[in-house]
Design a binder for this molecule. Structure first.
Ligand code: SAM
Ligand code: SF4
Length: 328
């Protein structure tokens, strides 16, 4: 198996692919209320065939894990056919998807049928009012039906992503909802520190994972736990007797740059080497102008050279993309 190493000797084997920058929610920390749909023309977005070719050649170079994300990936037309094609790629060892869960009740069974085994669902609160406040338009009940369905059809692992915002979903009642869920389902709840990508919310909205842990400790004793399959930078713990685990993703308080193994392909065909850097490498142009194999090899080579050592060396005064335009 070929392997990819960047200039800082980190093995790069994980690719996040955003297949759309559109979304059916408007989370306050991710997207402006009016959306960003007007920004891109259809032809500016990578086609499924182009994404598949990129993944195919990237896998030949050493990428072995791919996560599909967005925007909301389940709203892109013909996603099931695309996933089926992708899951047939030889040597793609691991394929997963991150969704807001709004359409999951309808899609869960078919997603399994086309070969998806792992899923991440984003839910920031189990209080319907707060859920609506955070997502602006979301119906919590729909997402909960989707979550249940994910277990019924056999996804394993099911991970739940929760971005915690100061003064919004960081009180004890919120944490109690997440803690309880780990006793009901073998779910891996991952608390994520807010990253200030939104123009509407500053760093003051970020709750450090250490504070989240203090609040969670009120609901039982937490012990260290093994990471679920396909885990990235989260640290995992478990309540005694619980079926699921609790994970912490702390991009703000505790950078995981030395272990960073990822690249991100945006829906408009740019390769990002670091979430905190505005630098990006054009993929869509070279893929349309040249032979895809050579184009992918070239941009990967460039990315390995360009990937910053850590956040402090990433070029950034302000973020030019919202998280929905990167893929998380
Ligand atoms: N729409 C899908 C979803 O919400 O799961 C996939 C795309 S979303 C951009 C991927 C992940 O990024 C979600 O779990 C979301 O909560 C997280 N996210 C978005 N904006 C964020 C921010 N500013 N800070 C931390 N996490 C963020
Ligand atoms: Fe949409 Fe996901 Fe961003 Fe929420 S976090 S607006 S669901 S892309």
């Amino acid at each position: 198996m070929p392997e990819l190493f960047d200039n800082h000797n980190r093995r790069i084997d994980y690719l996040r692919v955003s297949i759309t920058d559109k979304c059916n929610l408007r989370c306050v920390y991710c997207m402006p209320e009016e959306g960003l749909e007007h920004l891109k023309k259809h032809e500016d977005i990578l086609t499924y065939e182009e994404i598949k070719l990129f993944v195919y050649h990237a896998v030949k170079q050493g990428i072995s894990k791919v996560r599909l994300t967005g925007g909301e990936p389940l709203i892109r037309k013909d996603i099931l056919d695309f996933l089926k094609n992708l899951s047939n790629l030889p040597e793609l060892y691991d394929m997963s998807l991150t969704t807001n869960g709004v359409l999951l009740a309808d899609f869960a069974e078919d997603l399994q049928k086309v070969g998806l085994r792992r899923i991440n669902i984003s839910i920031d609160s189990f209080d319907p009012e707060k859920f609506k406040r955070i997502t602006r338009v979301g119906d919590l009940n729909k997402v909960l039906i989707g979550l249940r369905r994910a277990f019924e059809v056999g996804f394993d692992p099911v991970k739940l992503n929760a971005v915690i915002l100061k003064g919004i979903n960081d009180d004890l009642k919120d944490f109690e909802g997440f803690a309880k869920l780990t006793f009901e389902y073998p779910v891996h709840v991952r608390f994520i520190e807010y990253m200030p990508f939104s123009k509407e919310m500053g760093l003051e909205m970020c709750v450090p994972c250490s504070e989240m842990l203090k609040k969670l400790n009120k609901f039982g004793s937490l012990e260290e736990a093994d990471s679920p399959r396909g885990s990235g930078p989260a640290r995992y713990m478990k309540f005694k007797g619980a079926l699921g685990t609790i994970g912490f993703i702390s991009p703000m308080s505790n950078h995981f740059c030395p272990e960073c193994n990822r690249l991100r392909l945006t829906a408009d065909g740019k390769l990002k080497t670091c979430l905190f850097s505005n630098d990006e490498i054009d993929v869509i142009g070279p893929m349309r102008d040249n032979h895809p194999k050579e184009a992918v090899e070239e941009v990967l080579k460039e990315a390995l050279k360009m990937k910053p050592k850590d956040h402090s060396t990433a070029k950034r005064n302000h973020f030019v993309r919202t998280m929905s335009q990167i893929g998380g």
